[in-house]
Design a protein around this ligand. Structure first.
Ligand SMILES: O=c1[nH]c(=O)c2ncn([C@@H]3O[C@H](COP(=O)(O)OP(=O)(O)OP(=O)(O)O)[C@@H](O)[C@H]3O)c2[nH]1
Ligand SMILES: [Mg+2]
Length: 186
């Protein structure tokens, strides 16, 4: 890609902030656009592909989109891509209580970036996953479900970490590492 300037279609300011911080000095410059794209039901991959297709159609050009899922092992991966609505309706406490009947509190955060070269092309997906467990809320509650997700091996929730600490191990960082390689090869 000649100028490495890419449109990230998202309505989520925190995602954008993290993506910019993680991309840092990579030479990949992100512009953002907040378009209201309907999100389908289905697997995270189906949702990610369709959102990116629709975004590229609306923009009439190349773009990236991102979908984040929070997956509970005891629930075979749910709430998954529907976490936004669970968080809104049940809150952090409710997201803990959902697991009250299960001993298994394991969960994973899954980030899926989709890249479209433009309308009519098939989006390419880049996934990143961080394993952890669901815990009662700890730390600064500035971003989504960060306070209830304790990343394995850290003893900290995402909300107890500095920006740099989270960005070094997050689902978003791991997905962006793959997207970066692809973009740099264009
Ligand atoms: O604690 C968190 N740490 C994270 O790292 C993180 N990344 C996303 N989220 C939240 O999970 C849902 C995903 O839904 P989502 O992928 O559809 O995002 P969105 O609708 O906010 O933006 P977009 O679809 O316009 O890009 C939304 O509630 C996001 O706020 C996070 N919460
Ligand atoms: Mg969304």
């Amino acid at each position: 890609m000649s100028d490495k300037k890419l449109i990230f279609v998202t309505g989520n300011a925190m995602k954008l902030q993290e993506v910019r911080a993680i991309l840092g000095q990579s030479g990949i410059d992100i512009n953002s656009k907040d378009l209201d794209i309907p999100e389908l039901q289905g697997s995270t991959q189906e949702i990610a592909r369709e959102k990116c297709r629709r975004a590229a159609d609306l923009l009439q050009g190349p773009c990236i989109t991102e979908d984040t899922a929070l997956c509970y092992e005891a629930l075979n991966g749910l709430p998954g891509p529907y976490i936004k609505y669970f968080l809104k309706e049940c809150g952090l406490d409710g997201l803990n209580k959902i697991l009250a009947g299960f001993e298994n509190k394991n969960a994973w955060a899954l980030c899926t970036f989709a890249y479209s070269a433009g309308p009519g092309t098939e989006p390419i997906l880049f996934e990143g996953r961080t394993d952890g467990k669901i815990v009662p809320a700890r730390g600064q509650g500035k971003f989504g479900w960060n306070p209830i997700f304790e990343a394995d091996g850290t003893g900290k929730t995402f909300a107890e970490m500095s920006e740099d600490e989270k960005n070094a191990i997050s689902h978003r960082f791991r997905a962006l590492e793959k997207l970066k390689v692809h973009l740099q090869s264009l």
